[in-house]
Design a protein around this ligand. Sequence first.
Ligand SMILES: *[C@@H]1O[C@H](CO)[C@@H](O)[C@H](O)[C@H]1NC(C)=O
Ligand SMILES: *[C@@H]1O[C@H](CO)[C@@H](O)[C@H](O)[C@H]1NC(C)=O
Length: 279
Amino acid sequence: MKVFNSPSGGPFLVWALAVQLVLCGSGVFANEDTKNCILPSESESERKVLDRLAPLAHKNFTVQTKNEKNEEYTYVFQLCGDAGGVPGAGVIQLGSKKTDKPTVVGSYNATQAIGGSDWVMLIYRGGDKYDGHCSMESRRAIIMISCNRKIDVGPLEVIAEDRERVQDCFYLFELDTSAVCPPVQSQISTGSIILIIGFCLLAVYLIGGFLYQRLIVGAKGMEQFPNYAFWVEVGNLTADGCDFVCRSRNREEPPAYRGVATEPLEEEPEERDDHLLPM
Ligand SMILES: *[C@@H]1O[C@H](CO)[C@@H](O)[C@H](O)[C@H]1NC(C)=O
Ligand SMILES: *[C@@H]1O[C@H](CO)[C@@H](O)[C@H](O)[C@H]1NC(C)=O
């Protein structure tokens, strides 16, 4: 395991854990960055999904497109803030002429947030009404925000404007960001952390003890090991214990076998002789 290469890994991990705990605790408070978004059917889980987007707040995301008729449009998106400075608008559409009044595609006072493990779908309803399409309903913007660990926040992209239907038309946008990525799970288990801490303590003991024995006690050779006599004794006792537990044959037995095999054969006739002699 590569973590064993650096004895400083243990203390560092402990600090990392402590910092993470503090960060988790701070998530309890309401999020300033997303509180302007009004979720008409608010639930705690929906607010949590929205809060994952907090790093995107206070930023105008801009994208330019050209439609089939070669008309240029600019879209501006802002998370829970006035897109392009238009009050209440979450997404606006600007025509190519600067004098054109911006069209509100979605308002952040009618937000809906749906999320999965590595994506969040943000829906802004309540935009300006269509002039002729889509039963003249209000415009609606859908922003699909996906996890991409390589970038902080990617550029906004227009995917489609679907207005050739009777209702439920929408403008679809896409945005990549690392903000919605699932947290990276620590690759080190509790058991390994305990092992590392134990290893560090052992290293401190050995090095500290060695220095103490060498510099203060003035020991030489093997005596420089901390508590040398104690560990030698422990080693011997362990060997004895192992000998006692693990050895299958008793060490005293081999002579006894020899005795059975040889001596009695020689002695027994003598004994018989002794019995016979007095008779
Ligand atoms: C967004 O754009 C508008 C208009 O350009 C500007 O007034 C506003 O300050 C911008 N907001 C942010 C957070 O950059
Ligand atoms: C959002 O704001 C607009 C005007 O600012 C208002 O007409 C609309 O009713 C509001 N919608 C909600 C859901 O509050």
